[in-house]
Design a protein around this ligand. Structure first.
Ligand code: COA
Length: 258
């Protein structure tokens, strides 16, 4: 249990809210587990017909808690203690429809999880970044396949390798989101969409979602990425990237390699 993820059920919709605004909703191991468990519950509960991801505060999420990454890089936490996979695997295998309401910064997994959402509403001025290479890491959540498939290789590579941001309006125009809206309207729009989905015949919604996703391929890509991601976390490059974040300076990769 963690107060940093708030799970509520209302009108047949499970709302999963990031609730750690003081840290820009950076995701800890406990938060991944809480979200993974909530999604598993949503799958098995016939009363729940849609899941809505949303966030308190001015950011959707700053992605994985970098202190956890740094602990693995420094050998203070075993890779096996990392729990992102609990959430990502539940997200990828889920058959209930997922909706997301995104405002402010969405970083790393905050973007890659959107590739597993079925409807996404985003603030005009939201900022999506996947700075995996800047952190000496690689993409996860099958995003090395799903993001280029959605927006093309060139744009995806600029996001992954240069950390190039995509704003909310652009995200809507290139198919990452259904619509971009003024920030004050995003959550209400996403809630209305989740309720609309909940009113549809669930069997048909789930069968449609299943037809639209190659679950076996997604799972294969995720495990290939996971292996390389885990190796990269333990490199000198990654250690420098996490030290630099903690020290609030730009990383210097000129003296490290591998
Ligand atoms: N992990 C841990 N803590 C984080 C975090 C993260 N991913 N992102 C933000 N925080 C913390 C900051 O350390 C700061 O904590 P403090 O107040 O105790 O110093 C607090 O959240 C606010 O963040 P701050 O950087 O001051 O906010 P900002 O508005 O200037 O910038 C971001 C917001 C998201 C652009 C910036 O925090 C950032 O780049 N975070 C790292 C994102 C990242 O690389 N994630 C991993 C992707 S794989």
């Amino acid at each position: 249990m963690t107060e940093h993820i708030r799970v509520t059920v209302e009108d047949r919709v499970m709302r999963i809210a990031f609730n750690r605004p003081e840290k820009k909703n950076a995701i800890t191991n406990a938060m991944y587990v809480a979200m993974g468990e909530a999604l598993t519950r949503a799958e098995s509960d016939p009363q729940i017909r849609a899941v809505l991801f949303e966030a308190e505060g001015d950011a959707f999420t700053a992605g994985n808690d970098l202190a956890d990454f740094a602990a693995v890089a420094a050998g203070k936490m075993a890779r096996s203690e990392m729990k992102a996979h609990v959430f990502l695997e539940a997200l990828a295998r889920g058959q209930k429809p997922y909706v997301a309401a995104v405002q402010g910064f969405a970083v790393g997994v905050g973007v890659t999880m959107l590739m597993h959402c079925d409807l996404v509403y985003i603030a005009d001025d939201a900022k999506l970044t996947t700075p995996f290479v800047n952190l000496a890491l690689v993409p996860e959540a099958a995003s090395s396949w799903l993001i280029p498939a959605r927006i093309g290789h060139a744009r995806a590579f600029a996001m992954f390798a240069l950390g190039e941001p995509v704003d909310g309006r652009t995200a809507a125009s290139i198919g990452i989101a259904n619509a971009s809206l003024p920030v004050s309207e995003v959550r209400a729009k996403a809630w209305a969409a989740a309720q609309a989905l909940a009113s549809r015949p669930l069997g048909a919604v789930q069968a449609t979602k299943k037809l639209m996703r190659d679950a076996a391929a997604i799972s294969a890509v995720m495990s290939r990425e996971g292996e390389i991601f885990g190796q990269r976390l333990q490199t000198a490059e990654a250690a420098e990237a996490f030290r630099a974040f903690a020290e609030r300076r730009a990383p210097d990769f000129s003296k490290v390699s591998g």
